[in-house]
Structure formats: C-alpha cells, structure tokens
Write a new protein. Structure first.
Length: 95
C-alpha cells in the first residue's frame, strides 16, 4: 500500500517528547483495512516514510481513529522542518 498526503508537524510533550504528523481520516481508514495483516501488536504498523529527499523506517501509532507518523530529529534537521510546517508525506506499507 502506497499513500501520499500532506500534514502539519506537531509536538507531543510527554515523558519523552516526540514530533508527529497525523495521517488524515481517509488515509487512516485505508490503513485500518490492512492493519490486521501488518500490525505487530496493539495496532502499531511498520512503514517506510519519505518527506522530500529523506526516507526512514518507523511505525504508525493508532490514535482516536487516525494514525500518527513519528518524525525523527535527523529528518527534521535534514529537511529543515519545524513544528507547524506542512509537509508532503509518502508512506509505504508492505502487505
């Protein structure tokens, strides 16, 4: 499954701060249809992600009917993105 969407980078201030992009509702529904085939526990789904020229592997986290894409610090630095920036995300989920 290949998906492309735009989303805003946001900051989660938890015990360990993380940066995320929320997958839009329609794309989240598409992901949900395959989640049982690809999840490796509690709904987490391994994915390959690309923002501009930078790619990495991570996992999608389920949250309130949507999924969250973790955006690592090295990716944000490489692409010069900060909280509030809207970026185009490409996801690949191997089914």
């Amino acid at each position: 499954m290949n998906l492309e969407f735009s989303g805003e980078i946001w900051y989660w201030k938890g015990p360990a701060p993380w940066y995320f992009i929320t997958v839009p509702v329609d794309e989240s529904r598409d992901i949900e249809t395959t989640s049982k085939l690809v999840s490796y526990g509690w709904g987490v789904i391994p994915v390959a992600v690309r923002i501009a020229a930078t790619g990495w592997k991570t996992a999608l986290f389920p949250e309130d009917g949507k999924y969250l894409v973790h955006v690592r610090a090295d990716v944000r630095r490489a692409e010069r993105h900060e909280v509030g920036d809207t970026v185009t995300v490409r996801l690949v989920i191997n089914v």
